[in-house]
Design a protein around this ligand. Structure first.
Ligand code: PMP
Length: 448
């Protein structure tokens, strides 16, 4: 094997899939086998794999000005144009954008900008950030502390405590409910726990709460009706900012422009990456409201140079990729398409898989979904270890569908936004075959 340290991989595993090329929603391995990319790469290749317009936009920019930085007074047109274009889209008043390269670094930037802002306005103690169990917000040392998945934290001894992160319950009713609790009772209980936590920590020590409108990597969790309305009331009452991590949900994934729109969230801060450029070039953006930026530049508040920036912040080719992506989203009505095909996917998933003996819950919105595989459908009892999810992922791959096992035994779907209804049918046919093989396997192994 080549001397590569593979990311988020069991380092002792030897089985590999080597991809060679892509076309539309399909990818092909080096043996020429075709797969539907049912997870759009890592929830990101929204416009599919052979978009020549994106290639041309990037190549054109590389040919003209392949690089310039944005430190100390330098700028360039693609970055300014991108910020202006995004400003017309985002549901934040008078927004400002800090560009980076990944979802993780954008979340790091937010942590630093929040501290910079509260230092500037003379409230340095307002620095804690609330995150949720099963949240995924990246893996750098700071953003990794916002992530609550065990594998991303274990064995690294990251200085999580030093970052003043508070954790609260995940809004997953299926796995989090107690006894016969209704959805409303569940929401009221977990939000009451959060309220007690806020009061005991002291609201004036808490800067913001980060949420993914619908969590992706931790299992595609759609919170119950009413959750966000009550959550936002609670946070506003205690002067805590609402931070929407749109790295997966942003740009059409849930059938609207942003996940915040779909879930009724009114964010103060937002994080973008992935579908911002359809993943053709790495780029991220940390978005803050104008009132926060104004306070950061107010002469009487000045705490010194804003000493934060990456070499590739606002990389010209990345900005060109993002600009062309946004243009295509609008011109080809990609979000509207995703909404229509998304409704079809959700309906078909429920119709075809709700009664499957392995499937405890079908969940999702728009073009993001998951099936929770359980050992006992009646009680909702899960498996010990990721035995079903891991097997299902491989079984689907053998049947021409790439998807991802998340949160142990959930299988997630998040295809490119350009997928058609008949391609959804093909994808679900492969999923069905993969699930039958998994069902045979768990029975043969005595796991159910
Ligand atoms: N936030 C969310 C919601 C994500 O899903 C991810 C990546 N899956 C990240 C942040 C981190 O993004 P990146 O991998 O680009 O650092």
């Amino acid at each position: 094997m080549a001397p590569v340290i593979y990311p988020t991989t069991n380092l002792t595993a030897t089985e590999q899939l080597c991809l060679d090329r892509g076309e539309g929603i399909y990818v092909f391995d080096t043996d020429g086998n075709r797969y539907i990319e049912g997870l759009a790469g890592l929830w990101c290749t929204s416009l599919g794999y052979s978009n020549q317009e994106l290639v041309d936009a990037i190549a054109g920019q590389l040919g003209k000005l392949p690089f310039t930085h944005m430190f100390g007074g330098k700028t360039h047109e693609p970055a300014m144009e991108l910020a202006n274009r995004l400003a017309d889209m985002v549901p934040i008043e008078d927004p400002y954008f800090f560009f980076g390269n990944s979802g993780s670094d954008a979340n790091d930037s937010h942590i630093k900008m929040l501290r910079y802002y509260f230092n500037a306005i003379g409230k340095p103690q307002k620095r804690k950030i609330i995150t949720r169990d099963r949240g995924y917000h990246g893996v750098t040392v700071a953003a990794g502390a916002l992530t609550s998945l065990p594998a991303n934290l274990a064995h690294f001894d990251a200085p999580v405590e030093a970052l003043d992160i508070l954790r609260t319950a995940s809004p997953h009713y299926y796995t989090g409910r107690q006894g016969n609790e209704t959805e409303t009772q569940f929401v009221d209980r977990i939000l009451d726990e959060l309220k007690q936590q806020i009061l005991s920590e002291g609201p004036d020590t808490i800067a913001a709460m980060i949420v993914e409108p619908i969590t992706g990597a931790s299992g595609v969790i759609v919170p119950p009706e009413g959750y966000y309305e009550k959550l936002q009331d609670l946070l506003r009452q205690h002067d805590i900012l609402v931070w929407s991590d749109e790295v997966i949900c942003g740009f059409g994934r849930t059938g609207n422009d942003f996940g915040a729109t779909t879930m009724g969230i009114k964010p103060d801060l937002m994080t973008f990456a992935k579908q911002l450029s359809s993943a053709y070039f790495p780029i991220s953006a940390a978005v803050i409201p104008g009132w926060m930026y104004e306070a950061m530049i107010e002469p009487s508040n000045q705490v010194g140079v804003f000493g934060h920036g990456y070499t590739y912040s606002g990389h010209p080719a990345a900005c060109a990729a993002a600009l062309k992506t946004l243009e295509i989203y609008e011109r080809d009505k990609i979000f509207e398409h995703a909404a229509t095909v998304g409704d079809y996917l959700q309906a078909q998933l429920r119709e075809r898989f709700s009664d499957h003996p392995l499937v405890g819950e079908v969940r999702g919105k728009g073009l993001i979904a998951a099936l929770e595989l359980v050992a006992n459908k009646t009680t909702g009892q899960g498996f010990d270890g990721a035995v079903a999810g891991g097997f299902a992922m491989k079984a689907c791959e053998r049947n021409g569908l790439i998807l991802r096992a998340v949160a142990g035994n959930s299988v997630a779907l998040c295809p490119p936004l350009i997928i058609t209804q008949s391609q959804v049918d093909d994808m679900l046919d492969s999923l069905s075959k993969g699930l039958e093989e998994t069902w045979d396997h768990v029975r043969a192994e005595g796991l159910v």
